[in-house]
Ligand binder design. Sequence first.
Ligand code: NDP
Length: 398
Amino acid sequence: MSNVLIIGAGGVGQVVTHKCSQRRDIFSKITLASRNKAKCDLISSQLGNSIETAQVDADNIPELVRLIKQVQPKMVINVALPYQDLHIMDACLETGVDYLDTANYEPRETARFEYSWQWAYHERFMQAGLMALLGSGFDPGVTNVYTALAAKKYLDTVEQLDIIDANAGSHGQPFATNFNPEINIREITATCRHWENGNFVESAALSTKRCFFFPEGIGQMNIYRLYHEELESIVKHIPGIKKAQFWMTFSDNYLKHLEVLQNVGMTRIDEVEFNGQKIVPVQFLKRLLPDPGTLGPLSKGKTCIGIIARGVKNGTRKQVYIYNICDHEACYREVLSQAISYTTGVPAVVGAIMMLTQKWHVPGVWNIEQFDPEPFLEILGPMGLPTVVIDGGDWPEL
Ligand code: NDP
């Protein structure tokens, strides 16, 4: 029975709060805090006001420390934005509380995310006897766990890894992102990197495209290679990977809008002088685009996110495809959110359960693939994200 503090009342925060509320055997007290308390109160009202809410600016460490001291949680689930990660980790260290997030730290002024900043906290968390679990969403998160499962159970060595993320659903909007538009656009427009023979190799954003035939009735879709943060930790923690790539589906319509927005400068992340005020174009664009939280009732169709791992088992080359299928409308019926927020929020709650029940509890800063994948997956399925394993078979090389 534990007291938990959730920070960030966006799309993912809503799912995390609903799912924690479904497991009162573990989360006996829940507090949801965000910059805008009204958003917390709205989520609380969906749950019959059975949780506490609070206002906090998570960029302000003394404010965070005051809130954590007042709430006295066992752990903080950080589902605010990547910019806040280090501040929240600092506050957790100061107050002696465990930490979990779903996205690695990224400085506001450069679209460059990497784990070095958070890994640098390892010694301090270890000495304080505290645990920080990084990247407990879907990708990063479940994709790392699937890779650990492939390495533990299906292959002696994972030599090639393709992480493939399909949103085969539609929200009917001319252009909208399924999670925070600023973070999403920064990620997609960044230079692509993939792992090959011991190094990260760069290529232009969205310049490598393949066709992939997805299972369970989804069928053929275009996928584009991107850099994604789990590549960095997976190739470090799962030895032997010679090539690792991350792929995501985008519709032609999405790419057309993105190209125009880029060409006219609306995706810029530097400050621009406008009518005597400084604005950051991508932040202004976020203000104009649909709030991902409003896409829930509009989204239909499925997501299919998983990994194909190739390597050797007992001297024979083979491959395994491990994935989850999630249905937007089913998510909305359950927690009033679309599947992208759902597939991120549920693994965050499962990661928290692993920590709170001490199944995974080691002081220090850890990526999720560093733990035994099976106990996590045993909880993930019943919590709403079942795993499908196709052991063997013949999916084409990408
Ligand atoms: P949203 O923008 O919907 O929500 C973010 C929330 O954080 C908002 O409620 C916002 O408050 C709050 N927030 C922002 N800044 C602060 C601050 N300084 N202090 C307190 N609260 C703050 O984003 P999502 O819910 O879509 O995404 C949440 C996180 O999940 C992000 O880090 C994202 O990168 C990650 N993610 C991870 C995925 C994965 O699979 N691993 C997939 C998708 C997302 P306000 O509304 O008041 O501004």
